[in-house]
Ligand binder design. Structure first.
Ligand SMILES: [Zn+2]
Length: 277
């Protein structure tokens, strides 16, 4: 088939994943606002927090709705935070990045499943960063959601297979849970939160145990590289709780895209040094 006819669906898919990202961004705005306040994510529908005016569908279109309204409630003119279009725009860019990096050429392409996996890992970074940094919490929608999304996608052609996904969930969730229990007993203080355990279990479901554990190693290194100097500079107590979710979350797409190369490189290096693996 000539290249020009192959290009159209690819660009169409980039746009499609960007739009899907923007829709996820719109939902994340709801999640970021309501979850820490213990509010339902479904009821009531979108409304102005000041005058309770219901926001019609057209005003709820990601990014554009906010621009149409000039950043103010149509009824009481209360300012609508710029955080809303920023989150939606960022999610749109991440959706686009997922398609751009995995290069699915058509819906039947096996890469489409890889694209959905990367899409989930990238867009959920937004609620992970915002909510965990602010409230030291990881929403179940993202963590348990990741387990369900990963397990479901594993069944499709191009997925990792349901058995690998199941082993990923059990090994990563179980392994990190055990580590958390043992380390909190030894250190006599609460270690990792259950949210981190569920988040890693989700990564196990999406990319299998090996890549998810690689994400755990990368995430731990990122956390150390950022948190230790930060605490030293701000003279904060080293024992105060810190969010691990954002570092683990950031490590997941890195491991998903580059994990196999990283594993090959370090097993190759070990082999060179010791000559037995
Ligand atoms: Zn209003």
């Amino acid at each position: 088939m000539p290249a020009c006819t192959m290009d159209f669906p690819a660009i169409f898919l980039w746009i499609l994943f960007a739009v899907l990202g923007a829709c996820f961004g719109s939902f994340f705005n709801v999640l970021i606002y309501r979850m820490p306040r213990d509010m339902s994510l479904i009821k009531p529908g979108s409304h102005c927090p000041r005058c309770k005016h219901k926001i019609p569908l057209w005003q709820n279109i990601p990014v554009l709705g906010w621009l149409f309204l000039g950043g103010r409630c149509a009824n009481c003119k209360e300012t609508i935070s710029i955080r809303y279009p920023i989150v939606e725009f960022l999610a749109m860019l991440l959706g686009f990045a997922a398609a751009f990096l995995t290069e699915p050429k058509a819906f039947q392409d096996a890469n489409i499943i890889r694209c959905f996996c990367l899409f989930w890992l990238l867009v959920t970074l937004i609620p992970i960063f915002v909510i965990d940094f602010k409230h030291l919490l990881l929403p179940d929608t993202v963590t348990i959601g990741g387990i369900l999304v990963g397990f479901t996608l594993s069944f499709f052609e191009g997925g990792i297979g349901w058995l690998s996904s199941l082993i990923g969930i059990a090994a990563c969730g179980g392994g990190l849970f055990l580590f958390s229990v043992i380390s909190s007993k030894i250190l006599k203080k609460e270690g990792l939160g259950l949210g981190d355990v569920k988040l890693l279990a989700g990564f196990g479901a999406i990319m299998g145990a090996e890549l998810a554990f690689t994400a755990l190693i990368i995430g731990s290194m990122l956390a150390l590289a950022v948190v230790v100097p930060f605490r030293f500079l701000t003279k904060r107590n080293m024992a105060s709780p810190l969010p691990f979710g954002p570092f683990l979350g950031l490590a997941a797409p890195i491991s998903y895209l580059l994990g196999e190369t990283i594993i090959e490189t370090y097993t190759g290096a070990i082999h060179k040094v010791f000559g037995f693996i």
